[in-house]
Design a protein around this ligand. Sequence first.
Ligand code: SF4
Ligand code: MG
Length: 326
Amino acid sequence: TPPLLEVKNLVVEFPSRRGTLRALDDISFAIAPGEILGVVGESGAGKSLTGAAIIGLLEPPGRVAGGQILLGGQRIDHLDHAQMRHIRGRRIGAIFQDPLTSLNPLYTVGQQLIETILAHLPVSAAQARQRAIDLLGDTGIPAPAQRIDHYPHQFSGGMRQRVVIALALAAEPQLIVADEPTTALDVSIQAQIIQLLKSVCHARGAAVMLITHDMGVIAETCDRVAVLYAGRIAEIGPVHEVINHPAHPYTVGLMAAIPDMAQDRERLNQIDGAMPRLNAIPPGCAFHPRCPRAFDRCTAQRPDLLSAGATQAACWLHAAPPEVRA
Ligand code: SF4
Ligand code: MG
């Protein structure tokens, strides 16, 4: 299957008086229909920016300064606000950490769902209302025929995030971009919401880009995962490969930071140091000051993604030895 979403060599920059900050640098990945791609990394690595660039909601002065974003083979990175708003409603659904940013407190959840459905689907008002009730039911809201007429503040945090998922799915989008959708919720509710997102997306064949700092969530939910570090992809591959056979030293450290994923005590060592700020990204491999395996080449030359077993890793450890020439 051709990819549903293709991100090619994406560059996002923030011009400032002290010079231009490059926040995303040469990000490339694809998501197939029905696939769930996790995007993981420390805060500031560029996860949310990648999502914002795709849905056309980069905060100014941030801008796409290079590369392409394609949805169903069509470029969407150069559309105007009105065109992008239409795409966001109809073809891409967005779910954010705080449900209150997606819901208008002045309208009932039914009014908001029905408005979205009527704006994008060829249905009558009565059909739209029934569809809204069905969506609320599908997302696990009890008594949806009554709850549809309630306002957002009448729902608990977990129920409100279910409403947001229903709203994101209302126009039958092909892609859902979910940015930390459960971070604001109780731990007990988080797993339920993630399972819900996974099952409703699978049932509808929607692709999902799931942004989270939580490797546990990735492990339970995703087909593939991209690990971001300092605005670049450090490693990308099938989730079980990345978890069980991480190829990039940063991914090795991330996995070790999850106690029940560490295979042995050795790997429980955390990565020392902090991710660099955007205005102080080290030359060569941005991870080299923290990397236990850094060598000469790492400080001199920046690695691109290289084939590393079943994954791809931006790490010189996976380069073919230079003396091996055909
Ligand atoms: Fe470590 Fe070098 Fe690989 Fe970067 S390129 S992750 S510094 S070994
Ligand atoms: Mg974020």
